[in-house]
Design a protein around this ligand. Structure first.
Ligand code: ADP
Length: 454
């Protein structure tokens, strides 16, 4: 059975059972109340009769008194101590013979007379002769039966009438719950068949779980699609970028094969080019691996780190290796909660760029700004044109291919730096003026409560 039908059938059945049970209870209690009312009335009449009988001195007039108290559609019988009927007055023939054995725990009995119900009460009284006898008073429950029959029809009518909206609402409920699931199945099937990232169609309103499920599914598909596109673009960029050094290596190898044995200069030039291109490829592959790792599930380990010694640790080897002047300006310790290993990698990328694209001194500073710390890397080099700034963090983006080629750049450094900054919860800003220089700021929050993954 389909989920829609299940919800419909089960909820309708449940409501039907509840309704029937409620109506049975109403019917039962109403019956009880009616019997009790009839009993109270009959008891009152019996008490009055007892009082009237106690006034009599002989049993001659007892018959007349009994007739005066006989209920409409009823009977009164007097039975002596040896269970012999003494007197019997009745408005319907045979009604007085209605068997009314009353248990001591029951105040009255219900018997059948001519297919109808009759209520009988029994009580001991003192007969005018002084003997203690039993008086039985019986009354047909015609009104009660009629009321009960009417109530039965009303309750059956109410049940049938109530089932109409119940059936309709259970159908609506079934549709409401299963509609998004059906849409989800359609979207998943379409995705499976076409190999694309299909979303659930239709407008998603509301804040309930089903609307949330639709929105989450669509967002997930959107994200998967974006990731897939990024991946595809990365693979095509990577293969394109690797093709250039491979072509250079191939053409120089051919040149070597053709003319390398006769000409020493050709050998020198070809080998230098091959060595340099191989180095570039190696660096590119290392960075691509870094990027692949960073878009995986690497977990940052946040702990308190003093940024001043951390920056010094990055600057020192650069100073020594390239013999460049790198100034650090810091006012004592600057403690932040971050992952020191990744932050070092980020700062290295920025400082290495400053070194590659400038010739003068490089200036770095650490500034404490209330809840965050700002690290600045400033150079007085070539700068970046304004039109290139929005793309500077894109993978493989280079301002001028030639510029990077000469400096050995791959166009991956800043995109790695950006991914690290995002993972650390830090912000990267860049300002640059062509032929004046570039300033990159890393703004790191001092406290980080949530562990982040990237
Ligand atoms: P690359 O490996 O080519 O340096 P990056 O992603 O680190 O790759 O940088 C992208 C481009 O931005 C570089 O090609 C370079 O032209 C430019 N660039 C980055 N940093 C600087 C800087 N400090 N000064 C001038 N240009 C820069």
């Amino acid at each position: 059975m389909k989920l829609k039908k299940k919800i419909h059938v089960y909820s309708t059945l449940l409501m039907f059972v509840l309704l029937v049970l409620a109506n049975i209870l109403i019917y039962f209690f109403f019956g009880r109340m009616s019997y009790n009312t009839e009993y109270e009335q009959l008891l009152g009449r019996a008490k009055e009769l007892t009082a009237a009988l106690s006034q009599l001195e002989t049993e001659v007039d007892a018959d007349i008194v009994l007739r005066a108290f006989i209920p409409a559609n009823g009977a009164i019988s007097i039975i002596d101590s040896s269970n012999k009927p003494l007197l019997n007055v009745q408005s319907l023939a045979g009604l007085g013979k209605v068997e009314g054995k009353i248990k001591s725990s029951d105040p009255y009995t219900i018997n059948r007379y001519d297919g109808r119900e009759a209520l009988t009460i029994s009580m001991p009284i003192i007969w005018p002769t002084g003997e203690v006898v039993t008086m039985k008073m019986t009354q047909l429950l015609t009104d009660v039966e009629e009321n009960m029959r009417a109530l039965k029809y009303v309750l059956i009518g109410v049940t049938i009438f109530a089932m109409i909206p119940i059936t309709l609402s259970s159908m609506t409920l079934g549709r409401l719950v299963t509609q998004p699931i059906e849409k989800l199945i359609i979207a998943m099937n379409r995705s499976r068949q076409s190999g694309t990232y299909e979303k659930m169609t239709g407008v998603v309103n509301g804040n309930d779980e089903l609307a949330q499920m639709e929105r989450t599914f669509n967002e997930m598909m959107e994200q998967l699609e974006q990731n897939y596109m990024k991946q595809e673009q990365f693979v095509s960029n990577a293969s394109h970028e690797l093709k250039t050094p491979l072509t250079v290596i191939e053409s120089y190898s051919r040149l070597l094969a053709r003319r390398g044995f006769e000409n020493r200069d050709v050998v020198d030039e070809a080998l230098n080019a091959i060595i340099s291109e191989t180095g570039r490829m190696k660096e590119m592959i290392t960075q691509m691996l870094d990027l692949a790792k960073s878009s995986g599930s690497e977990v940052f380990e946040f702990k308190e780190v003093d940024l001043t010694p951390l920056l010094e640790a990055v600057v020192k080897p650069l100073r020594q290796a390239y013999d460049r002047e790198i100034i650090i300006e810091a006012d004592g310790p600057a403690i932040v909660e971050t992952d020191g290993k990744f932050l070092k990698q980020l700062l290295f990328i920025l400082l290495d760029n400053a070194r590659k694209y400038s010739d003068r001194e490089i200036f770095t500073s650490i500034k404490d700004e209330h809840d965050e710390v700002e690290i600045t890397v400033k150079d007085y080099g070539k700068g970046i044109p304004q039109s290139d700034l929005p793309h500077i963090f894109d993978r493989f983006y280079r301002v001028e291919s030639d510029r990077s080629r000469k400096t050995g750049g791959t166009g991956l450094g800043l995109s790695i730096a950006k991914e690290i900054a995002d993972g650390l919860g830090a912000t990267l800003t860049i300002e640059s003026v062509v032929d004046m220089g570039t300033v990159i700021r890393v703004i790191i929050p001092k406290k980080r409560t949530v562990l982040s993954e990237f």
